[in-house]
Design a protein around this ligand. Sequence first.
Ligand code: CMC
Length: 433
Amino acid sequence: MTDNTVTITDNRNGAHADFDILDPVVGNSCIDVRQLTSKLGLFTYDPGFQATASCRSDITYIDGDEGILRYRGYPIEQLAEHSNYLETSYLLMYGELPSAEQYQTFKTSIKNHTIVHESLMQFINGFHNDAHPMAMMVGVVGALSAFYHDSLDINDPKHRDQCAHRLLAKLPTIAALCFRHAMGQPPVYPSNELGYIENLLNMMFSFPSAEYHVSPIAARALELIFILHADHEQNASTSTVRLSSSSGANPYACIAAGITSLWGPAHGGANEAVIRMLEEINDPGEIQNYVSRAKDKDDNYRLMGFGHRIYKNHDPRATIIRKAANDLLDELETINQPLFEIAKQLERIALEDDYFVERNLYPNVDFYSGIILKALDIPLNLFTVVFAMARTAGWISQWSEMIVDQEQRIGRPRQIYTGIENRNYVDISNRGM
Ligand code: CMC
């Protein structure tokens, strides 16, 4: 036995074996249980993988207790202050910040891939105009695989890069097309003159009949949302991308699977829930009633946008985005709208009220991102689409990392079988009622 092992003993029969402890650069150590079944005939039981590391990864580090989020070792605060979404995407994908030349080449490549095939428009036009944009995104992003047969070899690094660039470039175009379709408005093609975020806003909100100017404060607020949501290590949608690609499936289909997972209200829907809550409160005079309900042990009502499963002391992303939300509200002079007034008062209460302070229930990133997206006039059902666009950088980085990871196997969890052990088929005439 060495120091860096754990001995597992089966107390039923005394069988025991040693297992290595794997140490990360920072964070919790892991017991390497890969030989558990061959050594002891046991599986592990961990629904939701709360105590299971599914991979080794160099990309993102989170310490929920300390409120730390780092991409490739860089604190999120520094990236939010100095970087932009495209540069952050490069960092996530390739592991280093780009040189000026690398950045220029990357930017040019992304710009060159923003247009989607005209046939894809027919997919979008085929949806009813009240189709949920996430339903459209799942279908249309998955359908991209039908357009690039010639570059789907996931074992070819060039093909992988092409797929990654296409996804990063085309997601905003597809999202904007879905939005325009739902609004019954003409499509707006991407513009290579504009930055990544400005281009997205332009495709969403400009009209052929009137000039549209992207407000720098609005673009910056949206850019921050993109940077802060670009990756969050092995969350449900990222794990979905990894699991679906573990079978060798093509990346467009795998990212569509990630979008599907993100669509769930427990994952990507929190900022939408924030605005629905603010709309339900409706009147600043009603705030205290809702706060009392949230504090009442006999009422399972919760204030949306408060608390976090992982960040128990503070959400570093919330600290960063709070200022952007306030700047935007000031610029748009929407501060007096009842909805934003309610948000301000709720924030103040949560930061002062003992119930929230004692439990560390501070406003989380979704509280502020919900406010920003609402202030930008982005419809509620598009909020998760914004999240999906931002998370694309993380998904493709995690996918690329996984493809070349020699330790990865096709994902195949085990189970505890709880059904009937064995029985004989009974003919239908003998089955009774
Ligand atoms: N409003 C009122 N009370 C709350 C809230 C809330 N939003 N969240 C937690 N509590 C109370 C909870 O009742 C419990 O009280 P007590 O100790 O007296 O029983 C205590 O705080 C601890 O709650 P918990 O359920 O143990 O905390 P959790 O880690 O299981 O839940 C959470 C975290 C995010 C699910 C929860 O805070 C919540 O439901 N928040 C509202 C929904 C929300 O904003 N979700 C988005 C989170 S960020 C998503 C992302 O990053 O992807």
